[in-house]
Design a protein around this ligand. Structure first.
Ligand code: ADP
Ligand code: MG
Length: 389
């Protein structure tokens, strides 16, 4: 995982002083996230259960006159600027600056008087690993601009706005999970999100008290054809819902699954539907176990989710399958790929004192296969976006 030297909040503040002189008015942090369970359920109006990571993106910022925005990011080392014309319409700022300009655009479009600002960004969230560095960036920038401008936008309305920045301004078609998790998660909890009505519930997920941890493994697998495959899965789910006469696959209850499958004549589609319907149920079962304080017992549901993604939804790759198998063989209570698939991260539920051994076992299995050494990180559920002192 990305580990630059020094605390991320200090790096953002120091970057601000270095680039612009003086001290920032404030610092705003937003975490990366990982989805505990519920994959490819979001666009089927179903359930997801993400939690926030202790890896964060921090924005140090102050106001500047006029409709001018200046942004420096430690990761590219570049400073970019944009003005009112650039946020009049989506797409005028490209590259990483689009995520920042997109937030300004979405705020202005929603009728807010966005203050001009200078921003310095540092991050510990790895980019493009499926841990949502994009939502962390948008959400930290959003919090900074709202506070600097004295603007009011309740937490429950922030995810939509950040999502619009990404969907419309950047042009990346993502669901509401990332921004909801990054903005609304709480420490020691997972966020149970109903993707149909966007309602959320904070579910106790106190790994620490249970002597457990989650090991996050960055598979480092190249994202092969991920976009095309994602579109194909989505299309197949939508076609199946239509064939079954339901608004979305979320409306197929697990006890109606067998009957529903007999009404689909294509074997591949049947498997896709089976994944989504059983995955929604696994989220509900995970939530029920967590509510009952049975954290350890969710392990088999995580592993079943992986098997379903591997065999029915067919979105895993050898690297992630290897990581899951090695983690389980080394004593993990459950393990699964997390994220859209074809690479990204794997998470394993482990006894806290075994995290290191499981990480080593995964690296050894990788070396045997000749795969690029994976990144590993042991995490507990962290807080969502917040203003720092
Ligand atoms: P993920 O959200 O899984 O990390 P995405 O492809 O959605 O992957 O978003 C990654 C992109 O977000 C990067 O390519 C970059 O443009 C932008 N980004 C995220 N964090 C930063 C940052 N700290 N500085 C600059 N750009 C960033
Ligand atoms: Mg993203």
């Amino acid at each position: 995982m990305t580990h630059l030297n020094g605390d991320v909040a200090e790096r953002a503040a120091a970057g601000f002083t270095d680039k612009y002189g003086g001290r920032a008015t404030g610092r705003w942090a937003a975490p990366g996230r990982v989805n505990l369970i519920g994959e490819h359920t979001d666009y089927n109006d179903g359930f997801v259960l993400p939690f926030a990571l202790p890896l964060r993106t921090v924005v140090a910022a102050d106001r500047q006159d006029g409709d001018n925005w200046t942004v420096w990011s430690e990761l590219s080392g570049e400073t970019i600027t944009f003005g009112a014309d650039d946020v009049a319409e989506p797409g005028r700022v490209t590259g990483w600056g689009a995520y920042v300009a997109g937030v300004v655009w979405a705020l202005r479009e929603a009728g807010h008087q966005v203050p001009g600002a200078r921003l310095a960004i540092a991050s510990d969230v790895p980019l493009g690993s499926g841990l949502s560095s994009s939502a962390a960036l948008e959400s930290a920038v959003l919090a900074a601009l709202l506070d600097l401008g004295g603007l009011e936008l309740p937490a429950e309305r922030r995810p939509r706005l950040a999502q619009r920045a990404e969907n419309v301004y950047v042009g990346a078609p993502t669901g509401i999970m990332d921004q909801s998790a990054v903005i609304r998660c709480r420490a020691g909890h997972a966020l149970f999100l109903d993707c149909r009505d966007e309602s959320v519930e904070h579910i106790p997920f106190d790994l620490d008290a249970a002597g457990l941890a989650v090991l996050v493994i960055d598979s480092r697998a190249p994202h092969r054809h991920a976009d095309g495959e994602y579109a194909a899965r989505r299309q197949s789910c939508e076609a199946a819902a239509e064939a079954l006469g339901v608004p979305a696959l979320r409306d197929v209850a697990v006890d109606q699954l067998d009957a529903a499958l007999t009404r689909l004549d294509d074997e591949v589609t049947r498997r896709r539907v089976r994944h989504v319907v059983t995955e929604d149920q696994r989220v509900l079962d995970t939530v029920a176990l967590l509510r009952a304080g049975r954290v350890r017992d969710i392990g088999p549901l995580l592993t079943a989710s992986h098997v379903s993604m591997r065999d029915d939804f067919e979105i895993t790759v050898p690297e992630v399958d290897t990581a899951v198998e090695a983690a389980l063989a080394a004593g993990a209570l459950g393990a699964r790929m997390t994220g859209g698939g074809f690479g990204g991260c794997v998470l394993a539920l482990v006894k806290a004192d075994q995290a290191e051994a499981v990480a080593t076992a995964v690296k050894t299995a990788y070396a045997k296969q000749g795969f690029t050494t994976p990144g590993t990180l042991t995490v507990l559920p962290a807080p969502g976006a917040t203003r720092l002192n």
